[in-house]
Ligand binder design. Structure first.
Ligand SMILES: Nc1ncnc2c1ncn2[C@@H]1O[C@H](COP(=O)(O)OP(=O)(O)OP(=O)(O)O)[C@@H](O)[C@H]1O
Length: 255
C-alpha cells in the first residue's frame, strides 16, 4: 500500500481460521471540513464488486490511475454496520466456536481508525466494530445451553515503545512484555476485568478510552497518539466439565 495515496482511507486486517487466514479490507472516509475548506478533491474511487481501489494523480490526466485489489472495499457512503456484517461477523462467530481472532485497523492519522473501531452512537449504523463485537459475543453466549461463560477484558496502549494498562490502578506505570513457554507472549501485570453485560463492556472501554494518550495533529484534532489493544478473553464451563479457556478476540487500533 502506498501510504500517501491513502490519506483518507484505512486498512482493516482480519486474521482468523476461515477459508483464508488473513483478510485485508480498505475503507475510504468522506472529506472532512478542513479538506473541504482547502478545496481538496477525492482522488480515490472504488469498484465495490471487484474490491478494487483506483487512485488518480491530481493534474496528471494522461496517467492511468494506480490500481489496488483487496478482500473488501468500503466507500464513503457505506456504514460500519455493513462492514461488520460482511467482514467482522464471521471472525467473532469463530471466536465463540473456538478460534482466536484479531481485527486491527491501520492507517495514517485522521484516516478513520477510531471511527471504525470505536464508532459513534448516532447514527446507529455507524456504531463501531468493538461495541458490535461485545453485543455479538454476549448474544452468542446467552444462547449456549448448559454452558457457563466467564468474559474478561483487558485494554492496553503502546506509546513511545512503552506499554501501559489503560484500565489499571496506575495508568502511567510501564508494563513489561514477557514470554511464557506454553502460552506465548503476554504483558505482565496487565489487569483483567470481568464483564457480565454489554453495558459493563461499554463502561470499561470508555474508561480506558479516556486514559489514552491523545494529542492534536494537523489531520485530526482528537488524534490518539498510541497503538491500543482491547482483548476479550473467554472461559467456559459445561455441566460436569472443567473450566476451559477459549480463544481470545484481539481488537487493535494502530496509529
Ligand atoms: N467513515 C467515516 N464517515 C464519516 N466520518 C468519518 C469516517 N471516518 C472518519 N471520520 C471522521 O474523521 C475524523 C478522523 O477520524 P478518526 O479519529 O477515527 O481517525 P484516526 O485514524 O483514529 O486518527 P488518529 O490516528 O489520529 O487517532 C473524525 O472526525 C471522524 O469522525
Amino acid at each position: 500500500m502506498v501510504q500517501n495515496d491513502f490519506d483518507h482511507s484505512l486498512g482493516l486486517w482480519l486474521s482468523y481460521m476461515g477459508s483464508e487466514s488473513v483478510k485485508v479490507v480498505v475503507r475510504c472516509r468522506p472529506l472532512n471540513d478542513r479538506e473541504k475548506a482547502l478545496s481538496c478533491k477525492m482522488v480515490l474511487s472504488m469498484d465495490l464488486q471487484r474490491c478494487q481501489c483506483f487512485i488518480e494523480k491530481p493534474g496528471a490526466v494522461d496517467e492511468p490511475p494506480k490500481q489496488f485489489t483487496f478482500d473488501g472495499t468500503y466507500y464513503i457512503d457505506q456504514a460500519t454496520e455493513q462492514m461488520y456484517n460482511e467482514i467482522a461477523y464471521p471472525l467473532v462467530e469463530g471466536v465463540t466456536e473456538g478460534y482466536n481472532g484479531t481485527i486491527f485497523a491501520y492507517g495514517q492519522t485522521g484516516s478513520g481508525k477510531s471511527f471504525t473501531m470505536q464508532g459513534v452512537s448516532e447514527p446507529a449504523t455507524q456504531k463501531g466494530v468493538i461495541p458490535r463485537a461485545f453485543e455479538h459475543i454476549f448474544e452468542s453466549i446467552q444462547c449456549a445451553e448448559n454452558t457457563k461463560f466467564l468474559v474478561r477484558a483487558s485494554y492496553l496502549e503502546i506509546y513511545n515503545e512503552e506499554i501501559r494498562d489503560l484500565l489499571g490502578s496506575d495508568t502511567k506505570q510501564r508494563l513489561e512484555l514477557k514470554e511464557h513457554p506454553e502460552h506465548g507472549v503476554y504483558v505482565r501485570d496487565l489487569s483483567m476485568h470481568t464483564v457480565h453485560s454489554v453495558g459493563e463492556c461499554e463502561r470499561i472501554i470508555e474508561k480506558g478510552w479516556r486514559n489514552r494518550a491523545v494529542g492534536y495533529t494537523l489531520m485530526n484534532k482528537d488524534s490518539s497518539r498510541s497503538h491500543s489493544i482491547f482483548t476479550i478473553h473467554l472461559e467456559s464451563c459445561s455441566t460436569g466439565e472443567l473450566i476451559r479457556s477459549l480463544p481470545s478476540l484481539y481488537l487493535f487500533s494502530l496509529c
